[in-house]
Design a protein around this ligand. Structure first.
Ligand SMILES: [Zn+2]
Length: 318
């Protein structure tokens, strides 16, 4: 079942027999890398099993093997581009990359656009979870308008996270899956805590599998700050909208008395030449525009925010 659904989602992202797939998800107990390896092999594509980390070697292999497709977390895709630039690679000339299949993190549309611009590629969001199967539950198609769900294997419902009531398509709630074909470890109505919306309209790509919108956040990522509901992804979106910012940022949650407060640390883009206070002010205004909440913004030096080769830790509690 796993190879079948993985091959299907990778084929949807345009990966074919002639492709060379660099598997930069961490090989280990995490399900990501193993699923992608099975899927690529079923398609007949070449797998370059680099695992995550060792970024210089990663880039060297990407160049030597003429990798056409990459699988990794979005934060690692952004970091690899940053290192490639720093090491003097000419991204357009030195690499043959066309697509990246990113997942395992909630990433904003702005982050997605930045990764696509930096690499000159298309990115395909995909979704899954270890408790259901690992990756392979849903994937974006070439229309990039929601993720098609493999409902012949995974029965999907969206529920109100508070009452458990089943919601209609178009209503925002928690994704719940029941496995239909998995043996040995079936899951019945598994609550994911991932928030999304089901789309039932037919997709212009012609596939009839229903879709869900890209994840809106996780129920347990939700923070309540001075009475305002905040998802980390909303802050990411605000930061990325401001010109001169990089994709390296951190959200710090701290207590001031009994109140939960937030502050944000952001690294400027390496090419940023302007005034740091002005940049901080523009980020603050953008966050205020989205959340109606004043959040302290500090512009830190390039390299101050720890980089991640797997799932990035964006929210720190102090
Ligand atoms: Zn489609």
């Amino acid at each position: 079942v796993w190879s079948e659904v993985m091959a299907r989602i990778m084929y949807t992202a345009g990966i074919r027999k002639k492709d060379r797939f660099q598997n930069a998800f961490g090989y280990g107990l995490f399900t990501g890398a193993h699923g992608f390896e099975k899927g690529a092999q079923k398609i007949g594509a070449l797998v370059i099993p680099t695992s995550s980390g060792n970024t210089l070697r990663q880039l060297q292999l990407m160049k030597d093997f003429e990798t056409t497709a990459l699988g990794c977390t979005p934060s690692y895709a952004a970091y690899m581009a940053e290192v490639a630039e720093k090491e003097g690679y000419d991204i357009e000339k030195d690499f043959k990359l066309k697509v990246a299949m990113c997942g395992a993190e909630a990433w904003s549309d702005e982050m997605k656009r930045k990764i696509e611009e930096k690499w000159g590629i298309s990115t395909f969001d995909n979704y899954g979870l270890t408790e259901i199967i690992g990756p392979g539950v849903s994937v974006e198609c070439e229309e990039h308008d929601g993720l098609h769900i493999n409902v012949d294997h995974f029965y999907v419902e969206v529920i109100d996270p508070k009452t458990g009531e089943v919601l209609e398509p178009g209503e925002k709630g928690e994704l719940v899956f029941t496995t239909l074909t998995k043996e040995a470890f079936p899951s019945i109505r598994f609550r994911t805590k991932d928030l999304s919306i089901l789309i039932e309209d037919e997709c212009s790509c012609g596939r009839t599998l229903p879709r869900h919108v890209r994840l809106l956040g996780r129920a347990d990522d939700m923070m309540k700050v001075r009475g305002v509901i905040v998802f980390p992804k909303q802050i990411e979106e605000a930061i990325m909208k401001v010109e001169g910012t990089s994709e390296n940022y951190q959200i710090i949650k701290y207590k001031s008395g009994v109140m939960t407060q937030l502050k944000v640390k952001v690294e400027p883009d390496p090419g940023f030449k302007g005034d740091k206070n002005d940049l901080a002010k523009r980020i603050q205004d953008q966050i205020y525009g989205i959340l109606n909440l004043k959040v302290g913004v500090e512009i830190v030096n390039i390299g101050d925010i720890p980089r991640s080769t797997g799932k990035a830790k964006r929210v720190i509690e102090e």
